[in-house]
Design a binder for this molecule. Structure first.
Ligand code: JFZ
Length: 428
């Protein structure tokens, strides 16, 4: 009893929710696929034929489009080639263990039939529930499924439009003198929609909230509680606000420079947008994305990479190419990612990244080490076996006061070879 009082007060001091859900699958998985899909996918980065700067899913805000014009996009969200099983297979063959899908982004449009709002999928030519179909496909293929829900921002609602101090009525209504009533929006729309999402689709594995901005701690807590009440096994992400979620969030391009001992996730785009933009050709290379996944793993951080399908449900080819490239690497090397807990050394290394689990260390080689030599100072156990993971090719270890590895000549560093070291005893 004393222990639980101590733990509770510790959780209180940290402002962290008492860890009540099982994070095992999430920690083990390390790698997820984000999907941004909504009316913004129809606009595809252009308004009235002109390109609009910035991330695509914010186009209504950036181009100051009134609601009564923006909503016309629903006629053109055809979902004509929507095949959720293909998305799930894309994730799965790349090695991603979970998918998070935008059920409602800031624009307020529900990608499922909602009783609470008529600004939903029923306005499109598609007459089924795409969310249900996606959840079923995930389950069929054993991929965990998460719902993104914009709990603070809803541009259809005067009470929840962007930042209150930024609100200038440009969503088609004259600027109101009335102070937005976030509590009303939460009570009458957000929570009822959360209840729909958490009761209609069977088990949901992850709830991904976003942009808590000016929510009060009490309001954020409500969004945690509704998940705990209806889906006690469901993980809640950090952006619910006030660190009340089950894991923390990293900002854009934020990366700790050594291993962290807490649950964190990094989310990333493949180009410069989350929602589809037809003119965004700023694609990162497949190798860059794979390097980010590995870098995250070496910090003990989860990596979730985004795809932004077009309005018909097809995925841009560069995204498919990236996922395929990662998949080819994961096929041979995934054990160096799944269930690993980051670089056990105090040093970072110029040749690449390190992950480990138990008594096994994985050296991910991005480039040839100087003189093909890797000195592992600070390894407090001995190496019993050293080989290239994908090929089984042996690697020479010479024991001086610390082990020195000589990697084989002519490795193809474009393929990011992994050196697997089995040690005599577990590594920290
Ligand atoms: C938010 C959204 O506004 C955006 O549209 C997208 O859905 C993205 C995944 O999440 O944008 C953020 C929120 C927080 C940070 C960066 C982008 N952050 O903390 O660095």
């Amino acid at each position: 009893k004393l222990l639980s009082i101590l733990m509770l007060s510790w959780a209180f001091v940290c402002g962290q929710a008492q860890q009540s859900v099982d994070m095992d699958w999430w920690r083990e998985g390390r790698f997820g696929m984000f999907i941004h899909w909504g009316l913004y996918s129809v606009a595809a980065g252009e308004w009235n034929g002109k390109p609009v700067d910035g991330i695509g899913e914010w186009i209504q805000n950036f181009a100051k489009v009134p609601n009564n014009e923006y909503e016309k996009l629903a006629d053109k969200l055809t979902l004509a080639k929507y095949n959720p099983e293909e998305w799930v297979k894309l994730a799965k063959q790349a090695g991603a263990r979970y998918i998070v899908f935008t059920t409602k982004h800031h624009e307020g449009f529900c990608m499922y039939p909602s009783e609470v709002s008529d600004f939903d999928i029923e306005r499109t030519p598609y007459k089924r529930d795409p969310l249900k179909e996606l959840v079923e496909a995930c389950r069929k293929h054993g991929v965990k499924v998460g719902f993104y829900y914009s709990h603070r921002q809803d541009w259809r609602e005067e009470d929840a439009a962007v930042m209150q101090n930024e609100y200038d009525g440009h969503y088609g209504k004259p600027k109101s003198e009335v102070k937005p009533n976030l509590d009303r929006y939460i009570r009458e729309k957000a929570l009822p929609q959360m209840r729909e999402l958490l009761t209609r689709y069977g088990q949901i594995d992850l709830l991904w909230y976003d942009t808590p901005f000016d929510l009060t701690k009490e309001q954020s807590r409500t969004f945690v509680n509704v998940v705990r009440e209806l889906q006690p096994e469901c993980i809640v992400n950090g952006r619910v606000g006030y660190n009340l979620g089950d894991y923390g969030a990293l900002g854009d391009n934020e990366m700790p420079c050594s291993r962290v001992n807490m649950d964190l996730e990094m989310v990333a785009t493949m180009n410069h947008t989350w929602g589809y933009k037809k003119n965004d050709q700023n694609w990162k290379s497949p190798k860059d994305i794979l390097c980010s996944l590995i870098e995250c793993a070496s910090r003990g951080v989860n990596y979730m990479v985004n795809i932004g399908p077009k309005e018909d449900g097809t995925v841009p080819q560069p995204s498919i190419d990236i996922m395929d490239f990662i998949g080819r690497w994961m096929q041979k090397n995934s054990e160096a990612v799944y269930g690993t807990t980051g670089n056990p050394f105090n040093d970072n290394f110029p040749w690449g990244y390190v992950t480990h689990k138990g008594n096994v260390i994985y050296l991910h080689l991005l480039r040839e080490p100087l003189n093909r030599c890797i000195a592992l100072k600070g390894l407090l156990t001995s190496i019993t076996k050293a080989e290239i993971l994908a090929s089984g090719k042996k690697v020479t270890v010479t024991d001086q006061s610390y082990p020195v590895l000589t990697v084989p000549a002519h490795l193809n560093y474009d393929e990011i070879p992994v050196l697997k070291l089995v040690c005599k005893s577990p590594v920290r």
